[in-house]
Design a binder for this molecule. Structure first.
Ligand code: ADP
Ligand code: MG
Length: 372
């Protein structure tokens, strides 16, 4: 496989505050957030304050469309060129991770204008299918949807699966695969939305039964597009991938040594999330050993952190003074992730097809355009 090497690409980190809830407005809560400009904000609570710089600071009330345009659309561009891309939603429980990634509606529609709450996954899916059909190329798209809960990897697209194993990808050094995970072919957005809903409701059901535990699971929705193009007797095959991740609540990391110990005792520490923070720290400090193998999440995503992917983190937080410390610790971790760089490569294979004349190629292209 030809891999076009690119320059370093730093992990992009944006922050998004959730709006005040009705209760918070009634209680006349003040906000701890002051947004200075598109890149800077200050958290202020009494005499305690801290300034941060991020790749993007969204204003309170920023729309899903704006977050998509700024954070996810550029990654979809890269994915359609054959790159692997990852978007994480990171933040404490109740700050808008699931809202950002999936949206509020139980069943997303393509009617974004009438339902502006549609999240990043459906928007990315619609964008990918729109652009593929406009290109007039041959393509196929598959999706996978897994959950990591209690260090077990579960396939959300088939019921009653056991813990799936992770192994090194033999064709892609540094990347990993999940053994036996379903990669379901989808022809259009409607089919993809159907799978998203099946998987999301599976997670949701588990979370209602076990109550608080949804805040301790991670979900990874993956879209893979294989694009075949013929030009001047050469067939080009690009394989792009985007992972859209809704992480467990960042409170499950444990804030300091002391709270981490308490969280461990209560059994609420989340090994995958804790290891994610450790991996980010080790990469930020340029350590020799990066502990990817210590958790399922970091093992699955090792290529997205310090590897060959393009990665963006959307950090969600609450503007309430009640959780000032928690917000500081969340933004501190997120800020550290900005020092991590990846070296993205593009998965592109070319095959000579000399027997096809140019006329035939253009005919195939125009027929495909008609079909789409
Ligand atoms: P999390 O997944 O981080 O636990 P949720 O996505 O479930 O949090 O969000 C908690 C609540 O806040 C939901 O009712 C959600 O609709 C609302 N919410 C979060 N972020 C936003 C936002 N940016 N705009 C409007 N509502 C939001
Ligand atoms: Mg959630």
């Amino acid at each position: 496989m030809n891999e076009r090497k690119n320059q370093l690409f730093r992990v992009q980190v944006s922050v998004r505050q959730r709006p005040y809830t009705k209760d918070e407005i009634e209680l006349k809560k003040t906000s701890i957030v002051k947004v200075s400009n598109q890149n800077e904000l200050t958290l202020q609570c009494g005499s305690n304050g801290k300034n941060y710089t991020f790749d993007r600071v969204f204003k309170s009330g920023a729309s899903q469309a704006e977050v998509y345009d700024v954070v996810v659309r550029p990654l979809v561009d890269s994915m359609l060129s054959g790159c692997t891309c990852t978007v994480f939603a990171y933040g404490p429980t109740g700050t808008g991770k699931t809202y950002t990634m999936i949206g509020d509606s139980v069943r997303p529609t393509l009617d974004f204008l009438n339902d502006p709450s549609v999240g990043m996954v459906p928007r990315a899916a619609a964008d990918i299918f729109n652009r593929l059909s406009q290109l007039g190329v041959q393509f196929n798209v598959t999706v996978s949807f897994v959950e990591i809960y209690n260090e077990e990897v579960r396939d959300l697209l088939i019921s009653d699966t056991c813990n799936l194993r992770i192994y090194d990808d033999p064709d892609n050094k540094g990347a990993t695969c999940i053994k036996g995970v379903s990669e379901v072919p989808v022809k259009n957005c409607t089919e993809l939305f159907e799978l998203l809903m099946i998987g999301a409701s599976d997670r949701h059901m588990a979370s209602t039964n076990l109550n608080r535990q949804s805040s301790r699971s991670h979900t990874i929705f993956t879209i893979v597009a294989t694009i075949r193009e013929l030009s001047n007797g050469v067939e080009t095959i690009k394989t792009g991938k985007i992972n859209l991740i809704d992480l467990a609540g960042s409170e499950n990391i444990g804030r300091s040594g002391a709270t981490e110990m308490r969280a461990r005792e209560a059994g609420t520490i989340n090994k995958s999330l804790l290891t994610l923070a450790k991996v980010i720290k080790a990469l930020a400090l340029k350590s020799q050993h990066i502990p990817y193998r210590e958790s399922k999440l970091t093992r699955i995503l090792q290529d997205s952190l310090g590897g060959k992917s393009k990665t963006s983190i959307i950090t969600t937080f609450s503007p309430s003074p009640d959780v000032f410390e928690e917000t500081i610790s969340t933004l501190d971790y997120a800020h550290m992730a900005r020092t991590v760089s990846n070296c993205p490569t593009y998965n592109i294979t070319t095959i000579r097809r000399d027997h096809l004349t140019k006329e035939l190629e253009s005919e195939v292209k125009s027929l495909r355009l008609e079909l789409n």
